[in-house]
Design a protein. Structure first.
Length: 213
């Protein structure tokens, strides 16, 4: 699809546009020191940054979550991953409550309502310029201990990316927005510009006041 220069300028200079951003990594026995999963949970749920925690099949308070993750780590086999970490940019177009619903739908989609997960939302004053969520997935059924999400398989990152794109766009459509996120690179979308930063509307307003070079 070919876009006009005016359209690209509008995107770059702060017109409403949903941004796709997802990072997926892991913490495992062979890749991180003992206690790393619970320390990450404490970081992600820090009360000076985190505005809300949503969870399914794991504790929602950081002390309980840390204790639970320590137990899961001890129960796991050597050289296996303990948790998957996913960080997503929350659509600026959605309200806090709408983003909570989006996160829950995404987590339940990926876990098939069987594996454990928790998402720490960062959209308060300390996360105003970059509203996002730190999500922890534990790919084991809490009752069966069997793998559900198969995140060790090749292509699991792309599954996360596809799932987030689809759930975010469903939420944007339900909220009455025409914009959509696209997990493809800008080059694959036919857009010739540098990637856009994910910033809050107030920051975009400040940027628009700066003279164009």
């Amino acid at each position: 699809m070919k876009h006009s220069q005016a359209y690209l300028d509008d995107i770059f200079w702060g017109a409403a546009v949903a941004i796709f951003s997802l990072n997926h990594s892991l913490i495992g026995h062979g890749t991180h020191p003992s206690g790393a999963p619970s320390l990450y949970a404490r970081y992600a749920t820090g009360q000076n940054r985190c505005t809300e925690i949503i969870n399914e099949r794991m504790p929602d308070d950081w002390p309980g979550m840390m204790k639970w993750l320590d137990h899961q780590e001890q129960e796991g086999r050597k050289n296996t991953r303990v948790i998957d970490k996913v960080v997503v940019a929350l659509p600026l177009e959605l309200t806090h409550e709408q983003n909570l619903s989006l996160l829950l739908n995404f987590c339940e989609r990926m876990t098939e309502r069987r594996a454990s997960c928790a998402a720490a939302v960062h959209d308060g004053p300390k996360g105003f310029d970059y509203p996002h969520a730190n999500i922890i997935f534990r790919d084991r059924g809490p009752e069966t201990s069997k793998r559900v999400m198969l995140t060790t398989e090749r292509g699991s990152t792309e599954q996360f990316r596809e799932g987030w794109e689809q759930e975010a766009n469903i939420s944007l459509e339900k909220a009455g927005h025409e914009v959509r996120i696209d997990r493809r690179s800008l080059a694959d979308q036919g857009i010739d510009r540098e990637p856009q930063l994910h910033v809050a509307p107030a920051s975009e307003a400040r940027v628009r006041k700066e003279p164009r070079i």
